[in-house]
Design a binder for this molecule. Structure first.
Ligand code: MF3
Ligand code: CO
Ligand code: CO
Length: 268
């Protein structure tokens, strides 16, 4: 649709909704903190999923992924060349693996979505570098979350940074509006044209979740499970994700519980 007004479809959340989404986002982040010490050689991804599922249940949250379009597990766990939507299973982690764990909680009806990379034992320098650059890509995207900025400047800056290291940015999966549903408007592309897209306004909440590949950008989805997305060339992929609320001041990183980003005084 050439003349679709995407702007009008982005929900501006109320202060009450933002509070609810913040609480869910904190719980999602706490789930990642809970599972972190278990990411060790010999541990199966299914076991890591169980730790996350139990933590969510203990805190009265529902895992948003379970049953979502038929997805079978409470988290996504993506190892090495898996870009995203890895299904936890019997695979046992090995020294040198890089692992993304992606948690989406529903708490009191509100959604929080975050993911982080974990390194298993000693990891090669090139894998460490990919993970560090991908983490910085997310921070760069977050810095673009201010009033009046066109949304696509997020993806423009992320891709510019990633490609400066010879990496490529995945374009087949995007960030998304989140909060009242799992996936809302807008779609947040991590590779985009400068100064395009809807204009950011206070109360907008969406994820930024760059997937950065060491080699080619293209992905292929596993034919057997219809979920696991791998890099086309078998090379490594990394991803970090936060849920962010645009405010009149600095961005409010709702899934940050480590004080990596400053908390703004108010949203509106
Ligand atoms: N949590 C993922 C995201 O960041 C989505 C997973 S959808 C699933 O958007 F169905 F694979 F679980
Ligand atoms: Co997401
Ligand atoms: Co996610």
């Amino acid at each position: 649709m050439a003349f679709r007004d995407t702007k009008s479809k982005i929900i501006i959340k109320t202060p009450e909704q933002i509070q609810g989404i913040r609480e869910s986002s904190v719980l999602a982040a706490q789930t990642l903190k809970e599972v972190a010490p278990f990411v060790q050689p010999g541990v199966s991804t299914e076991f890591l999923n169980k730790i996350c599922a139990q933590f969510m249940q203990d805190h009265k949250a529902v895992p948003a992924t379970l049953g979502y379009h038929g997805y079978p597990k409470e988290t996504c766990i993506s190892v090495n060349d898996v870009v995203c939507h890895g299904i936890p299973g019997p695979y046992e982690l090995r020294e040198g693996d890089i692992v993304n764990i992606d948690v989406t909680t529903i708490l009191n009806g509100y959604y929080g979505d975050t993911s982080s990379m974990f390194m298993v034992g000693e990891v090669s320098d090139h894998a460490q570098k990919l993970v560090a650059v991908t983490k910085e890509c997310l921070a760069i995207g977050i810095r673009e979350c201010f009033i009046g900025n066109p949304l696509n400047n997020i993806g423009y800056q992320i891709n510019k940074y990633a490609t400066s290291f010879g990496y490529s940015t995945v374009y087949e999966f995007c960030g998304h509006g989140v909060g009242l549903k799992f996936h809302e408007e807008p779609e947040v592309s991590h590779i985009a044209d400068k100064n395009t897209g809807p204009i950011l306004a206070p109360g907008m909440i969406f994820t930024i979740e760059p997937m950065i590949n060491a080699g080619k950008a293209r992905c292929k989805v596993d034919k057997k499970d219809n979920w696991t997305a791998r890099t086309i060339d078998g090379r490594l992929s990394a991803q970090f994700e936060h849920t962010i609320c645009v405010t009149k001041d600095k961005p409010f990183v709702l899934t940050d519980i480590n004080g990596e980003f400053e908390i703004p005084e108010s949203v509106f």
